[in-house]
Design a protein around this ligand. Structure first.
Ligand code: 5GP
Length: 223
């Protein structure tokens, strides 16, 4: 009989300049990896058409958000284009403590704050193929005014400069391929020696299994 210990789930943080295609990529990952959980952030920005409360975001008022900051309910939070966005501790631990991997979509400020606190996540950055393409995608989306698009492009340029803070950097030419690459990253991370699986006691259990061979390996020390 084998005993397995429940390992905490891995938080994956995905970040990209607005318009890079992060939401499309995450949508593909949702279908491809049904066991992967998605962190639902709190925000004070107005709900967009088609967005669902508790699925896309928890939409709350400024007052409530500031009360939550004061009560230290957020793992990280940021003010982006005059709106608050934040990830609550409850959302994260509800999944990772049950061994479920979790995907967080954060802006660069959120990543910086998690890096500063040595939060043990895998950080993935997605680049647009070019600035022209980024602008074209923002215009095509049709949700922002020309002034807001200009602001998002300017923010995007500063965000691109922060790429060294990440563990993985990908360029999104074709969303399906980028999602495949991210799924491969997730696969590799799960196989990291000593970090997630197998544990020293899993190895010890394996070595203790009886075989018909006449020579068996010595048991591991320090397990
Ligand atoms: P949008 O308003 O387009 O949904 O999101 C704007 C930006 O906020 C995106 O870059 C998105 O990844 C980021 N964002 C969403 N939720 C959070 C969060 O909880 N924390 C941080 N730091 N950024 C977030």
């Amino acid at each position: 009989m084998t005993t397995t210990t429940l390992k905490p789930g891995i938080p994956y943080v995905i970040s990209a300049p607005s318009g890079t295609g992060k939401t499309t990529i995450c949508g593909i990952l949702r279908k491809k990896l049904p066991a992967l959980q998605f962190s639902v952030s709190h925000t004070t920005r107005p709900q967009r058409e088609g967005e669902q409360e508790g699925v896309d975001y928890f939409f709350i008022s400024n007052e409530e958000f500031e009360r939550k900051i004061k009560d230290k309910e957020f793992l990280e939070w940021a003010k982006i284009h005059n709106n608050y966005y934040g990830t609550s501790f409850t959302t994260i631990t509800a999944h990772t403590h049950k061994g479920r991997d979790l995907l967080l979509e954060l802006d660069v400020q959120g990543v910086e704050s998690l890096r500063k606190s040595d939060y043990p996540a895998v950080f993935i950055f997605i680049l647009p193929p070019s600035l022209e393409e980024l602008q074209r995608r923002l215009e095509f989306r049709g949700t922002e005014s020309p002034e807001k698009i200009a602001l998002r492009l300017e923010t995007g340029k500063n965000e691109i400069l922060k790429y060294p803070a990440y563990d993985y950097v990908l360029t999104n030419y074709i969303a399906e391929e980028t999602a495949n690459d991210i799924a491969s990253i997730m696969c590799s991370e799960k196989l990291r020696a000593g970090m997630y699986t197998p544990t020293a006691s899993d190895i010890q259990t394996l070595l203790n299994q009886k075989t018909n061979a006449s020579c068996s390996p010595a048991p591991l020390k320090n397990s």
